[in-house]
Design a protein around this ligand. Sequence first.
Ligand SMILES: [Zn+2]
Length: 322
Amino acid sequence: MPRIVYSRHYNIGFYGLERLHPFDSRKYGRAWRLISRHFGSAISQLHVQPRRAASHEELTLVHSDEYLTKLRDPKYVAGALEVPPIRRLPSWAIDWHVLRPMRWATRGTILAATEALEHGFSVNLSGGYHHAKPNHGEGFSIYSDIGIAVAALRNQELIDENARVAYIDTDAHQGNGVCHTFMSDNRVFIFDIFNCRIYPIFDVDARKRVDCDVGITKSITDAEYMRELNDRLPGFLDSVGRSPIGLAIYNAGTDVFAGDPLGDLNISAATIRERDLFVVGELRKRGIPTIMVLSGGYTKQSYQLVADSVIELIEMETAMGG
Ligand SMILES: [Zn+2]
């Protein structure tokens, strides 16, 4: 039985400040409501709740103490979150109302990874902060939840120290923070399909780290987008090696959606659903434990796109007897 990891503590809401960034910081709660309504009483068998936020010890699996100290500076956090007015708030308020929900989501990614190992497929209804680097936050990403989750599994010996990890990123933005986090970790294999004309376009080092790099632009059609995935993803997964992949992390950003103000692509809702079913299907038919995280998505429909995909994926997984 697959698992959905969600806590109401994920949602950022602070006197309307969250509306200063196109990031719909309440999309998690909205998606959760649609998903739980769909499954009715069966949701209790699918739902797992983190009981706490990620601890300092967990954060330091990836981040330096120096960086975590920098997060006490409102000016620094305002820059990383791209919300300049935050710089005028006291440090404690930023921590409580903005960073703490992200630490809950980071804990959710760790929990979802352990659930995936046990149950095959899990979704964290948040996370995917793929621009966060070990010593730097940017692009609305403060904590490297993906790097932390992988390190936590290794630390607890839930996956073998040498197990291969596949990271598949379909968010519109290149996952530069994940690349920097795993820069010299040759056990992690990265597939990234992204808009190569937008941020973080100047992070050349990150892009060099991608094992299968699929740069796309706004003119790509739904059919061409799916063809790229069909042509490139199965070969990438087969190339990761003969030893089985210990864990796959699927970063399913919905900011590829037509009209998204940050993603600048033209992918339809139907194709996003098809993409998510294809990617997870390729992973699961190879028997790879898979976790999905949400990442970007900055339109009013984002939560609906997330809910539609998650409902279908859970039903697909349940039908497969997962
Ligand atoms: Zn994005």
